[in-house]
Design a protein around this ligand. Structure first.
Ligand SMILES: [Ca+2]
Ligand SMILES: [Ca+2]
Ligand SMILES: [Ca+2]
Ligand SMILES: [Ca+2]
Length: 232
């Protein structure tokens, strides 16, 4: 029954493997990023930067960050444009930023080529498989730590490490507001963060208990009907 409940809640038969839910904005730092949980390989993430919010400045959406597993660092790649292998896309000028789960910068790219506004990232050489966080922003919105900019982009095509003034500290903010729009990030070498569903959660235990009560109530009503029938 628990498996059936989980199946009913699982997303999407088609489209990107993970979609930023409408109205549930992916945050800008690891603490508010969307954790992509489930099972199996993760080949695409779809979402939208909606720019200035009419609700409040705190709800502005100029960056989306997602945390997932890099299972094959040597073959990891994230792209926001279509090429012969990967079908990423975006209707704005993207930048991609890879962080560890504590928000320390690892690698970044603005343009994958001189005539390509889309972005492409491998994993840094030598990193261990594990959970990492990937952010997308529009040009020219860059991440900062308390020490300053985390990355120094010497050209728009550079795939850069955290060589900015603030590169030794974790991300705390972004700026200035940049381009925005819809995107699909194509991925290889990535996977969902596995969640252990062998032990029911508190709410699942609650549903099991509720089902038990309903069954017991149903049995009681049936018994009463059987008892009443000879008198009718
Ligand atoms: Ca968003
Ligand atoms: Ca966002
Ligand atoms: Ca770009
Ligand atoms: Ca650089």
């Amino acid at each position: 029954m628990i498996a059936a409940l989980l199946c009913a809640a699982s997303p999407l038969a088609a489209g990107p493997d993970w979609v930023e839910p409408p109205g549930v904005d992916a945050g800008s730092v690891p603490g508010s990023a969307q954790s992509i949980t489930g099972s199996g390989s993760l080949s695409s993430i779809g979402g939208e930067l909606t720019a200035v919010s009419t609700a409040s400045a705190g709800a502005d959406d100029f960056e989306d960050m997602y945390c997932f597993q890099i299972v094959d660092p040597a073959n990891f790649r994230a792209v926001t444009f279509p090429d012969s292998t990967f079908t990423g896309s975006a209707n704005f000028d993207t930048q991609l930023w890879l962080f560890d789960r504590n928000g320390f910068g690892l690698l970044a790219n603005d343009n994958a080529g001189p005539k390509e506004q889309g972005s492409g990232l491998p994993a840094p050489a030598g990193i261990a498989p594990g959970v990492y966080c990937l952010a997308i922003s529009g040009f020219d919105n860059d991440p900062r730590s308390d020490g300053g900019p985390i990355f120094n982009q010497e050209s728009r095509e550079e795939v850069t490490g955290p060589d900015g003034k603030g590169g030794q500290d974790p991300i705390v903010a972004w700026g200035p507001p940049g381009d925005a729009g819809q995107y699909v990030i194509a991925l290889t070498g990535a996977a969902f963060i596995e969640v252990d569903d062998s032990v029911p959660t508190l709410s699942e235990w609650g549903m099991v208990a509720l089902a038990g009560l309903l069954l017991a109530a149903g049995a009681t009503i049936m018994r009463r009907r059987r008892v009443q029938r000879p008198a009718q």
